[in-house]
Write a protein that binds this ligand. Structure first.
Ligand code: ADE
Ligand code: ZN
Length: 321
């Protein structure tokens, strides 16, 4: 089987971050907003470094205004994923961008996103679940409101809660209230950590009680922590192309994903924000195969690890295994 055709499971994809630049430009035009500053001469997102990436990301997200905008985006993103062989995807959804963290507004946005996801499942065979995400650099108070949105809508579609944003800002323990609320509502937990900060940041995420860590790759700097992740079965949502594009590692070959996998850490593969990093799931698989000589057996192991770690019901999981 070619890598492009291989069924893939993606556990780490930001809805706004997956918006094709042409889609955002089209929306900006419809709304009469000049967003040309965030694109380069080839029409791609233009940024230098992570802070600017976040600013461009937030400017693009700011043009997504109505539930209908998010429904259209969801459909476009899921079609794109399906075209690269993805059969199941978990998408980070941010109440910060969908209705300003107001629970009633959030319900409307979520309803629109869910309808679009149902259509994609029917027509293109791609299943989706939502992980409600707070944003670290927006601070703990806004995170509480996002967590309330998550808790109010926890169920068979919204199945997880997480935190994204600038890992270098604020202490993770300041978000414990939000994570506790989400856990009590039955949501599974994940946190971005070990992307911009080292092992102590990953340890902070583990202390929060997460089942998975977004990125987590800098755990490699501490062998005892690598052992702990392996022993406790804490799954890493690894996004190699994102890490290389943002300059955390110089190339796929230098990326620690293979060393983490070989050490027994449950490792999964995702794209994070594909158009920002000029990637897609098929491209990630191709680059991993080239850099580490990963064969079909290893990609099947990745798929099984992903299915086991997916925030879905067991009947859905069985179908993925
Ligand atoms: N939000 C979108 N992409 C992100 C990343 N790579 N790290 C932290 N927050 C993000
Ligand atoms: Zn991410």
């Amino acid at each position: 089987m070619t890598l492009a055709a291989m069924p893939k499971i993606e556990l780490h994809l930001h809805l706004e971050g997956a918006a094709p630049p042409a889609f955002i430009r089209g929306l900006a035009q419809e709304k009469g907003v000049d967003l040309s500053r965030i694109f380069d001469e080839r029409g791609r997102y233009s940024y230098k470094g992570f802070r600017e990436f976040l600013r461009v990301y937030e400017a693009a997200a700011g043009i997504l205004r109505t539930p209908e905008d998010f429904a259209r985006l969801t459909r476009v993103v899921l079609s794109e994923s399906a075209a690269h062989g993805v059969i199941y995807t978990e998408m980070f959804l941010s109440p910060d961008f969908c209705g300003g963290r107001d629970v009633a507004a959030w319900r409307e946005y979520l309803h629109a996103i869910r309808e679009a996801a149902a259509a994609a499942d029917r027509e293109e065979g791609i299943a989706m679940r939502g992980i409600v995400t707070c944003i670290r650099h927006f601070g703990p108070e806004k995170a509480r409101q996002a967590a309330l949105c998550a808790a109010e809508t926890a169920g068979d579609f919204v199945t997880g809660f997480g935190i994204a944003g600038d890992e270098r800002m604020g202490a993770l323990r300041d978000f414990a209230w939000s994570f506790d609320l989400a856990r009590e509502a039955g949501l599974r937990l994940t946190a971005h950590a070990g992307e911009w900060e080292g092992p102590s940041s990953v340890r902070d995420a583990v202390a929060l009680g997460v089942a998975r860590i977004g990125h987590g790759v800098r755990a490699i700097e501490d062998p005892a922590l690598v052992d702990r992740l392996a022993e406790d079965g804490i799954t890493l949502e690894v996004c190699p192309g994102s890490n290389v594009a943002l300059g955390i590692y110089g190339s796929f070959r230098e990326h620690p994903v293979e060393r983490l996998r070989a050490a027994g850490v449950p490792v999964t593969i995702s794209t994070d924000d594909p158009p920002f990093f000029h990637t897609d799931m098929a491209r990630e698989y191709d680059q991993l195969a080239e850099a580490f000589e990963w064969d079909d057996e290893i990609f099947l192991e990745i798929a099984r690890t992903s299915a086991r770690a997916a925030f879905c019901d067991d009947a859905t999981r069985e179908k993925l295994l």
